[in-house]
Write a protein that binds this ligand. Structure first.
Ligand code: NZQ
Ligand code: ZN
Length: 389
């Protein structure tokens, strides 16, 4: 087992009908009783969640900041930062999916930052967030795990960039994870959520065999649970048993637990972010496009683990080689069964130069040796993308 150190200070309040806890939880962090309520494009209002929240926020001055897009945009978020500064806010409540929660993480750091916060995202030398205001979340879409981790991904459409940030300052103080929100999710977002949670697990599992028996079984447990419930939860999002298992899987897949003592990959995500930046393809869909091609490209490096995955998760039989190959096919078919296309050309006809552009971006950022063995080169990335077209 590899050495590891882990901390996760986020209080997870999992389950339904727990909103009466909200005022006290905010009071623990907001001295001014004046909070920013951040949300997305409006689902919070059409689902009735906004009204429910306001009942519990009656003793606070609530400043609304709506309109955070899917793949939250730097320019929009900076408007939120300005509003928070103007209103002298000391706590933000993020109500939404990964985009709203990620956007709020960025806003909490940018709030105190004196220079251009985009330089922090670009990782310009000397540019870091050193303070952040407190925030909590009410999750409305089980997918990213953002409610339980300290990472965020921020987009800037005019530059066609999507950049990551994070660090210990950006753990939510608390997150409400109420599975009843699943009932109002469109099928497309449900499928996305399943694939994103599945891929977070694979990024921390499909590497090479380790002697961390517990962590491998935990990852396999999440994968098997997602496979078991996927089709049913899409058809019956009102079913609390299915919805709560989906939400538990998504949170556990990226709350820091699965990575303890094991190698991780994350290259599928890094390539996927580029596809979202260039084509606006939903995050989870980019992963479904890239993962099968990356596993083919890295077949020899990942063969042992692909075989374990094929045997234990998909109950495959045959030689190691056969099982490993079939495991990739099963994974892609699983995504397709959820209605997710797995080729770039399914989303855009304009695919000229894309592989070369992504390769160059990797080189420019110094990402020359990716993956659990640092074996994935920019040329491999180019080849993976070419095969994904
Ligand atoms: O904006 P509204 O109107 O709220 O509608 C949203 C949005 O259009 C809708 N929605 C959310 N909850 C709903 C609902 N509609 C009906 N009922 C509900 N209960 O769903 C749409 C998509 O929401 P979004 O937040 O964009 O989806 P998701 O949670 O998949 O987040 C994706 C973002 O998270 C980043 C992705 O890159 C992407 O930008 N990620 C963040 C990670 C992290 N912080 O750890 C890890 C991930 O790998 C990922 O990169
Ligand atoms: Zn993801």
């Amino acid at each position: 087992m590899l050495n590891f150190e882990v901390i996760n200070p986020t209080r997870i309040i999992f389950g339904k009908d727990q909103l009466e806890r909200l005022p006290q939880l905010i009071n623990d962090f907001s001295k001014k009783k004046r909070i920013l309520l951040a949300y997305g494009g409006g689902s919070i209002k059409s689902t009735g969640l906004f009204n429910k929240l306001m009942i519990h926020l009656k003793d606070f001055e609530v400043v609304e900041f709506g309109g955070i897009e899917a793949n939250p945009q730097f320019t929009t978020l900076m408007k939120g930062v300005e509003l928070a500064r103007e209103k002298d806010i000391d706590f933000i409540l993020a109500v939404g999916g990964g985009s709203v929660i990620d956007g709020v993480k960025f806003m909490t750091g940018a709030f105190h930052y004196k220079g251009d916060p985009y330089e922090v995202l670009k990782r310009t030398e000397g540019c870091v967030f050193t303070q952040a205001i407190s925030f909590g979340t009410f999750l409305t879409l089980p997918a990213t795990g953002s409610e339980a981790n300290s990472g965020a991904v921020i987009s800037r459409d005019e530059l066609k960039e999507k950049l990551t940030m994070g660090g210990p300052l950006f753990f939510p103080k608390f997150s409400f994870c109420d599975p009843t929100v699943v009932a109002t999710l469109p099928k497309r977002q449900l499928a996305n959520g399943i694939v994103d949670a599945f891929m977070h697990t694979l990024e921390q599992y499909l590497t090479y065999p380790t002697d961390n028996l517990l962590q491998e079984r935990q990852a396999e447990g999440i994968l098997q649970t997602l496979i078991e419930i996927a089709s049913e939860v899409i058809e019956h999002p009102n079913n609390y048993k299915l919805a709560s298992n989906l939400m538990a899987c998504a949170t556990h897949a990226l709350n820091g637990n699965l990575r303890c003592g094991v190698p991780t990959d994350w290259t599928t995500h890094m390539i996927g972010h580029e596809l979202t930046a260039m084509y606006g393809i939903d995050h989870a869909r980019t992963l479904a496009i890239i993962a099968p091609r990356l596993y083919e490209n890295q077949f020899e490096n990942k063969k042992e683990k692909l075989t374990q995955y094929g045997k234990r998760v998909w109950n495959l039989q045959g030689t190691s080689e056969e099982i490993a190959k079939e495991a990739i096919v099963k994974t892609e078919m699983f995504f397709q069964r959820l209605g997710i296309h797995t080729k770039i050309s399914d989303y855009s006809a304009d695919t000229d130069h894309i592989a070369e552009v992504i390769k160059t971006r990797f080189i420019d950022r110094g990402w020359n040796a990716m993956g659990e063995r640092q074996a994935i080169t920019p040329s491999d990335v180019e080849s993976i993308v070419l095969h994904a077209i």
